[in-house]
Design a protein. Structure first.
Length: 331
């Protein structure tokens, strides 16, 4: 069997109903289902080059070697792919480029593992459909199960212990509801506690954790309804409430997980004020200080200008809802 270098791009996704808590930390099986949108242009380009000369996989992201917990996760994904390729021993050199800053709570691991699964399967000649790619990517990073797909995506938590039914599924493609996305970048330092560690600590110590899991089930239903109606006010209500519930769980974790900076709170207040003034916008925040704001097409310029003026917002990136992971010829 011959193996050939392959490259893939995958988008970051922003969760509207969040994933925070694993019932199985090895297979990355969540307690609750989650829902996200893929963001265009922002993401990871990953090249996988199998080589019989390597004793171990090597990975470099943005010119920095990946080691420790990151390399263990990469190894897990690559082992799965090698098994599907007929248990080959051939390892790979892997190079990734992220177009979003790494480890700032903007889900760069989601795009990185979705791109790795897509390029890895192609490089090892594994014929995998999107569902299979989602299942593989999930084992690198839970939220990567959603970055395989474009547009509006649900990650079904699944019921099985082996995780076969814990997969992403596209609800609607990127053109279904052409909202705009603004990323308000706050603080460019690396975050102290990774999502992987943070959500384990929350599940163990946050007094709100049980209520959070129940809330997600209800929020998922309401979010799907708002998307089906293309009702941005209904979407804002559920998305913001779900985000704040997750951050309440985080803050009540012992020791506390405080991801926000003063500018994070200032963006929250600005978005709420702008919405009260009639602009179509809503905020959400992952495990970091930056804020993602979804807006209607007619509101994007004004909202971008207002949040761009806030002290502590380093810059505002504007983008659309985008497609899913795909191979990149000659990448
Ligand atoms: C706050 O998918 O990065 O962004 O599965 O341990 O890799 P691991 O965690 P990860 O967690 C993402 C958490 C979140 C919410 C979300 O994207 O749903």
């Amino acid at each position: 069997m011959t193996f050939e270098r392959a490259a893939a791009f995958a988008p970051i996704n922003i969760a509207l109903v969040k994933y925070w808590g694993k019932r199985d930390p090895v297979l990355n099986l969540p307690y609750a289902s989650s829902l996200s949108v893929a963001l265009a242009e922002l993401g990871s380009l990953t090249v996988v080059a199998p080589s019989a000369e390597l004793d171990a996989n090597i990975m470099v992201v943005n010119d920095e070697p990946v080691d420790g917990a990151g390399l263990i996760k990469v190894g897990r994904v690559m082992r799965l792919i090698r098994q599907m390729a007929g248990n080959t021993e051939v390892r790979a050199g892997i190079r990734g480029v992220n177009t979003v800053p790494t480890a700032q709570g903007l889900a760069s691991s989601a795009s990185a593992f979705a791109a790795l699964a897509t390029a890895g399967c192609a490089a090892y000649g594994v014929d995998a459909d999107e569902t299979t790619l989602s299942r593989i990517a999930r084992q690198g990073s839970g939220s990567a199960s959603r970055s395989v797909h474009g547009g509006w995506v649900i990650w079904h938590k699944g019921e099985r212990d082996d995780g076969l039914d814990s997969i992403g599924e596209q609800l609607h493609d990127a053109d279904y509801w052409p909202l705009r996305a603004l990323v308000a970048h706050v603080d460019i330092g690396r975050k102290k506690v990774s999502s992987t560690e943070g959500m384990q600590q929350s599940a163990r110590t946050s007094p709100f954790f049980g209520a959070w899991v129940e809330t997600c089930e209800r929020d998922l239903r309401d979010c799907r309804w708002a998307i089906a109606q293309r009702d941005i006010d209904a979407l804002a209500n559920v998305v913001e409430a779900n985000c704040l519930a997750m951050h309440s769980v985080m803050m009540a974790t012992r020791p506390p997980l405080m991801y926000w900076q003063p500018a994070t709170l200032a963006v929250i207040h600005a978005v709420r004020r702008l919405r009260a003034e009639g602009f179509e916008c809503l905020f959400t925040i992952d495990a970091g200080p930056s804020v993602v704001v979804l807006t209607g097409q007619g509101s994007v310029e004004r909202v971008a200008a207002e949040i761009g003026r806030i002290e502590g917002v380093a810059r505002v990136t504007q983008t659309r809802i985008g497609g899913g992971a795909h191979l990149v010829p000659n990448g």
